[in-house]
Design a protein around this ligand. Structure first.
Ligand code: NAD
Length: 367
């Protein structure tokens, strides 16, 4: 007998399959300066391809210094959404240098480039994230070819070890911290109704929302506040971990469609769209909404997220990040095509059109 998930859309499951994902996490201020050599050695990696953005190269080289000549190549051609030519160049560099592992230092685009290398070479990754994207704890890869983003799931791309060092996030600008933190929050909120949800992912998501809601305003008030940075990074890890198992739902499908078709910025798009999807789904998932509200420390999830988003200075409406109004009709069709059939509320065309127009125009919805 297959033991299928049984429940109403969006409700807590009482029968489920839970696949725990592998991977070691080393967490703590200063960890990236202390543990990389031993963590790579533990995986048998003696020839390292270091991956970073041009902007992040200096930091990556600094962290790689204790590895000495074990760093055999440095790839700094990272681009958003991993263009396939970038992946090919990084893969060729790994092969030519005889790399036995990849060390990525950076945000989701950098982790994504390391994953593209692992996908074809099978090389193990040690990831050192510097944003709140969460990609480092998922087996999901993404690549872009001719403006079309393809994603897939393969356990080979999931980093074997993740080193979370909040000191590395102190330089993340406040505006990017806010939207990246809400990108993480989106993983956790959606984990309450995505198809692979279960009591474990809900518990992790709840803790993650609490961490992010507490920490992000403090990070904005003082970007160098290390305890707040540490709590935000913990929230980001837990968000990625919940998303990795629960999977994506309507919110992630909308952001994927908008990002791919109109080249919108990833974290900002998530931050703007999330309150609208929560507002749409919340009436159909009262238990989840109550847990999200509790984790936000507010009486109501929708109003609570709206207040947080406003306090963090998130742009109100997708028009502020470059989505033209004329695109809304086509975007609606694309979203309806991809919308999960088991979304707590049916994502029919009229409903999606209303949601997208509201997300385009702003303001952020309140209950
Ligand atoms: P990003 O990696 O593109 O980084 C954004 C910018 O911030 C870059 O200019 C980068 O150099 C800079 N930056 C990063 N860390 C910094 C720091 N500590 N200080 C100063 N500047 C810093 O953006 P992102 O939001 O982290 O990642 C987005 C990408 O990740 C998207 O392509 C998305 O699809 C992918 N993603 C994948 C998954 C998955 O599971 N596969 C999950 C989440 C996101």
């Amino acid at each position: 007998m297959t033991f299928e998930a049984v429940s109403k859309p969006g409700a807590e499951l009482t029968r489920f399959t839970y696949d725990a994902l592998p991977g070691r996490v080393v967490f703590g201020a200063g960890a990236a300066r202390d543990v990389l050599a031993e963590q790579l050695e533990r995986l048998g990696v003696d020839r390292v391809l270091l991956v970073a953005t041009e902007q992040g190269e200096a930091l990556a080289r600094e962290l790689g210094r204790p590895l000495g000549d074990r760093v055999v190549a440095v790839f700094t051609g990272v681009r958003p959404h991993v263009p396939v030519e970038v992946a090919d160049t990084a893969r060729a560099m790994a092969t030519d240098a005889g790399a036995t592992g990849v060390l990525s230092v950076g945000g989701g685009s950098t982790t994504g480039t390391a994953k593209a290398v692992a996908l074809t070479t099978g090389l193990p990754i040690v990831a050192v994230p510097t944003t709140y994207a969460g990609s480092e704890v998922t087996p999901v890869w993404g690549m872009t070819e001719a403006d079309r983003k393809t994603t897939g799931v393969d356990p080979i791309v999931q980093p074997r070890t993740v080193v979370y060092d909040p000191e590395l996030t102190l330089t993340l600008p406040p505006a990017m911290s806010a939207v990246s933190g809400l990108n993480a929050m989106a993983h956790s909120v959606e984990a309450f109704w995505a198809a692979g949800r279960n009591p474990v992912t809900s518990a992790i998501a709840e803790r993650s929302i609490r961490a992010l809601a507490d920490a992000l305003p403090a990070v904005l008030a003082d970007p160098k506040d290390l305890p707040a940075r540490s709590e935000a990074l913990l929230g980001a890890w837990l968000a990625g971990a919940a998303f990795a198992v629960a999977g994506s739902g309507l919110h992630h499908k909308i952001c994927h469609v908008l990002g791919g078709a109109y080249d919108l910025p990833h974290a900002e798009t998530h931050a703007i769209v999330l309150p609208h999807v929560l507002s749409f789904n919340a009436p159909a998932v009262p238990d989840a909404a109550a847990r999200i509200a509790g984790a936000l420390g507010r009486a109501d999830a929708v109003t609570g997220l709206a207040e947080l988003s406003t306090a963090l200075g998130v742009p109100e409406g997708l028009r502020a990040v470059g989505l033209p109004e004329e695109a809304l009709d086509e975007a609606t069709d694309l979203v309806v095509e991809k919308a999960p059939p088991d979304n707590p509320r049916p994502a029919e065309r009229d409903a999606v059109a209303t949601l997208l127009r509201a997300a385009w125009a702003g303001p952020v919805p309140r209950a």
